[in-house]
Design a protein around this ligand. Structure first.
Ligand code: DMJ
Length: 460
């Protein structure tokens, strides 16, 4: 079980097939064996290459890392006349390039990250300084998702720039990146929060909340993650981030966290005061977040937060265990007599997401309870049995079916996150130690910003 060559082999299978059938395009279609393009990146190409860089590096896949670097040198181009998701480009491309730079020391990655950061700056040209969700990379014109409440920007999107932008200022010597994300904080701190909760929607023109929907899953998730990680990444100097994190978690506990009659702890969604008893796969990252934050809390609460992390991990494991494929659905419910099961057809899919395995990784590192390795191994077996095809790994349309129905996409985050977290669960703790490295929302590693201290990939 603990043989790291398993994970190396999985990465190799995912990478080799991407290379064979979709090289230079964003993602692989592993069943039809071709390229998959996503509108999230506009015309920027090579998402899988940039997202995979640091996983290739830590797994010691040197030849593959070099071919990825060569492609980036020659082909990675941000001068595209197309609209991109600022959030997605930031977490995958800026995050991936920064991480590759810190791990390898290769200047090209620093240069490309800063170049891309500069291209994203026009997104902040709004009356409030809260950035647009979408940006045309050539014209610099921004706008928001047409479906977002009253033209709002999304909390999880504008709240998931902080770590990368602080590093961009650090590496470029240009304070503008840090100024932009600090301004977001200022706006948030001036607003009154309903019951202490952060709504998912904020209008960049008025600087006021949109609909009062609150979620620790999609639309909200990584905003909370980045508050905690901003505190840790600042070498515990960003006390504002720490306070915002613990205040938010307190409100989440007071209003969103429930226990089912079967004893499973879950995080519900809040819609203008009414609760929806549903938890998304995305929400499962919160187990790891609570556990990571535990020792930052006042002593009396540390055990409580670690236990909360363990409870969320158990609930998310149940969401996997109650399916035929042993992989979790996109969302599961706690109503109408069911617990941790998807009841709607359009919530039964699994797209190779990492959040449950991510939580196992933090729980393993922080407790060394062997059940987390056991649960991670169950996920490996399920991925091998049901998602692996001759052309790579595919997502599934319905995890409750006896036969696989493939969605035919190998998401770039499968290489960036899912396979990296699995590898780390079965590695020694001195590979990317949590005291020195912060994982961005796409599992790209950024060092803690300590004055005058060198960072090491391996502790010993
Ligand atoms: C990833 O791109 C990131 O983890 C993001 O924060 C949320 N969703 C996907 C993976 O599920």
């Amino acid at each position: 079980m603990e043989n790291l060559s398993n994970y190396y082999e999985m990465m190799k299978h995912a990478w080799d097939n991407y290379k064979l059938y979709a090289w230079g395009l964003n993602e692989l279609k592993p069943v039809s064996k071709g390229g998959h393009s996503s509108s999230l990146f506009g015309n920027i190409k090579g998402a899988t290459i940039v997202d995979a860089l640091d996983t290739l590096f830590i797994m010691g896949m040197e030849d593959e890392f070099q071919e990825a670097k060569l492609w980036i040198e020659k082909n990675l181009d941000f001068n595209v006349n197309a609209e991109v998701s600022v959030f997605e480009v930031n977490i995958r491309f800026v995050g991936g390039l920064l991480s590759a730079y810190y791990l390898s020391g290769e200047e090209i990655f620093r240069k490309k990250a800063v170049e891309l950061g500069v291209k994203l700056l026009p997104a902040f040209h709004t009356p409030s300084g809260i950035p647009w969700a979408l940006l045309n990379m050539k014209s610099g014109i921004g706008r928001n998702w047409p479906w977002a409440s009253g033209g709002s920007s999304i909390l999880a999107e504008f709240g998931t720039l902080h770590l990368e932008f602080m590093h961009l200022s650090h590496l470029s010597g240009n304070p503008v990146f840090a100024e932009k994300v600090k301004k977001i904080r200022t706006v948030l701190n001036q607003l009154k929060k309903p019951k202490g909760l952060y709504p998912n929607y904020l209008n960049p023109s008025s600087g006021q909340w949109g609909q009062h929907h609150v979620s620790v899953g999609g639309l909200g998730d990584s905003f909370y993650e980045y508050l905690l990680k901003a505190w840790l990444m600042s070498d515990r100097t960003d006390v504002e981030a720490k306070k915002m994190y613990f205040d938010a978690v307190q409100a989440i506990e007071n209003h969103l966290i429930h226990k089912s009659s079967g004893g499973l702890t879950y995080i519900a969604e809040w819609k203008g005061g009414l609760l929806e008893h549903k938890m998304g796969h995305l929400t499962c990252f919160a187990g790891g977040m609570f556990a990571l934050g535990a020792k930052e809390a006042p002593k009396a609460l540390a055990r409580h937060y670690l236990e909360l992390g363990a409870e969320i991990a158990r609930t998310c494991h149940e969401s996997y265990n109650r399916t035929f494929m042993k992989l979790g659905p996109e969302a599961f419910r706690f109503d109408g007599g069911v617990e941790a099961i998807a009841t709607r057809q359009n919530e039964k899919y699994y797209i190779l997401r990492p959040e449950v395995i991510e939580t196992y990784m933090y729980m393993w590192r922080l407790t060394h309870d062997p059940k987390y390795r056991k649960w991670a191994w169950e996920a490996v077996e399920a991925l091998e049995n049901h998602c692996r095809v001759s052309g790579g790994y595919s997502g599934l349309r319905d995890v409750y079916l006896v036969h696989e129905s493939y969605d035919d996409v190998q998401q770039s985050f499968f290489l960036a996150e899912t396979l990296k977290y699995l590898y780390l669960i079965f590695s020694d703790d001195d590979l990317l130690p949590l005291e020195h490295w912060i994982f961005n929302s796409e599992a790209h590693v950024l060092p803690v910003l300590r004055a005058n201290k060198e960072v090491k990939v391996k502790e010993k």
